[in-house]
Design a protein around this ligand. Structure first.
Ligand code: SIN
Ligand code: CO
Length: 392
């Protein structure tokens, strides 16, 4: 398959980007996507904001006491005729799920592991529209899709005390910009977590945010413990056959705490559990949505014939794929479900997880192994893969 051109400044390798910028400092990438053509129009974005099941928000900047107002969709169509000519932004989450061109755009970010990708969000603003100066806890690439936007950025530390009080948004009341850039269509700005940023539309503007996920440590620990509780823990209860008479029955004794410490210290953390749990959680869909099984399930032979005829097989955006190579096995995770496969299927599993678009000729040597065909066919019948002609 043709390698995707990296959306990085000319001459910058992925290695240099990772070593010098990723999670470290902002980077402006002029013409990251030269002649970028927005796959979504402002009207389509307004339409999506009215749809049930699509996460949308409207941020309105007003004069007066409540300077910033947040409302959540789905919105009534009439709202768009009532909005002012300037100073608002409409945001739609997870647009890559609905627009194949945007899902394909994610392939250009392959220099970062797939599991770290969260979603593509789009924002639409008329002139002077903004979401206010703020800080995000994740890495983001801000791709200008239409019009121009001015971004002011500061790497200074922001604290909760700097936030505007009594509003539903985490907007800073003040910050001093260290750098200022004007982005045009196709330009992109990379921001690591924790950097203050403020983007203001200089004219009607669309921005696509490719956001990365970095789970909170507390959430990771809770999730792992929940997994262990279900999979591993013995049904035993707290025991104290060595209990001795206490002077104060109201006291929790050091001996009781010691028994509890022993239980906590016995939490089993082994590499297999860690791999199974992590692969499952990072491939689960954020909103809990799952694909439907294919209503036209195919036999293995019919599937191979169809793949050869259609030439291209796609991964469904609702299903996240990831794999872990082990000494004698390949762990494949699809939409939160683990399948343990033989090492013989390694090349097929890597190909499945690395890319979204699968070309029949590229798969031809791998389809000599019957287990690979059976796997592809099963994933197709389960709805995780589709042919272009299946749609509509
Ligand atoms: C925007 O698209 O203007 C806001 C995106 C962000 O700051 O995270
Ligand atoms: Co932001």
């Amino acid at each position: 398959m043709k390698p995707f051109p990296l959306p990085l400044p000319q001459g910058m390798s992925a290695e240099t980007f990772l070593a010098e910028y990723w999670q470290k400092k902002p980077l402006l990438i002029k013409a990251a996507f030269p002649s970028f053509n927005t796959p979504l129009s402002p009207d389509e974005i307004a339409g999506m904001a009215c749809e049930e099941g699509i996460e949308s928000r409207l941020i309105l900047e007003r004069d007066g006491d409540t300077k910033w107002q947040l409302s959540h969709g789905p919105f009534d169509e009439s709202i768009f005729s009532e909005l002012p000519q300037s100073h608002w932004t409409l945001l739609i989450q997870e647009v890559h799920k609905y627009v194949p061109e945007l899902a394909q755009l994610l392939e250009s970010f392959r220099f970062i592991p797939n599991w770290r990708i969260d979603d593509i969000m789009v924002s639409y603003s008329p002139v002077d529209g903004s979401v206010g100066p703020h800080v995000d806890q994740y890495d983001v690439f801000l791709l200008q899709g239409l019009g121009r936007k001015r971004w002011q950025v500061s790497t200074a530390e922001a604290s909760d005390g700097d936030l505007i009080p009594d509003i539903d948004l985490q907007i800073l009341s003040y910050f001093e910009a260290e750098q200022c850039w004007e982005l045009e269509e196709g330009d992109m700005l990379y921001l690591p977590p924790g950097v203050i940023h403020h983007g203001v539309a200089l004219e009607e503007s669309l921005t696509y945010s490719v956001g990365f996920r970095a789970p909170a440590e507390g959430d990771l620990i809770t999730s792992f413990i929940d997994y262990l509780a279900e999979e591993r823990f013995s049904p035993e209860h707290y025991q104290d056959p060595d209990l001795t008479l206490q002077q104060h029955p109201g006291e929790i004794s050091a001996a009781s705490l010691q028994r509890v410490r022993e239980i906590i210290n016995s939490i089993p953390v082994n590499d297999d559990d860690l791999a199974c749990w992590f692969g499952q959680v990072v491939t689960e869909s954020k909103s809990g949505e799952r694909v439907e099984p294919n209503s036209k399930a195919l036999s293995v032979d019919a599937f191979v014939k169809r793949f050869q005829q259609e030439d291209t097989l796609f991964r469904c955006e609702l299903s996240r794929f990831a794999c872990i190579e082990q000494e004698n096995a390949m762990l494949l995770f699809v939409a939160g479900t683990l399948t343990t496969l033989s090492s013989e299927m390694k090349a097929a599993v890597y190909l499945l997880c690395d890319q979204r678009m699968h070309i029949a000729t590229e798969w031809a040597p791998l389809l000599e192994i019957p287990d690979n065909i059976a796997l592809l066919c099963r994933l197709y019948n389960e709805g995780h893969l589709y042919f272009d002609n299946d749609q509509g």
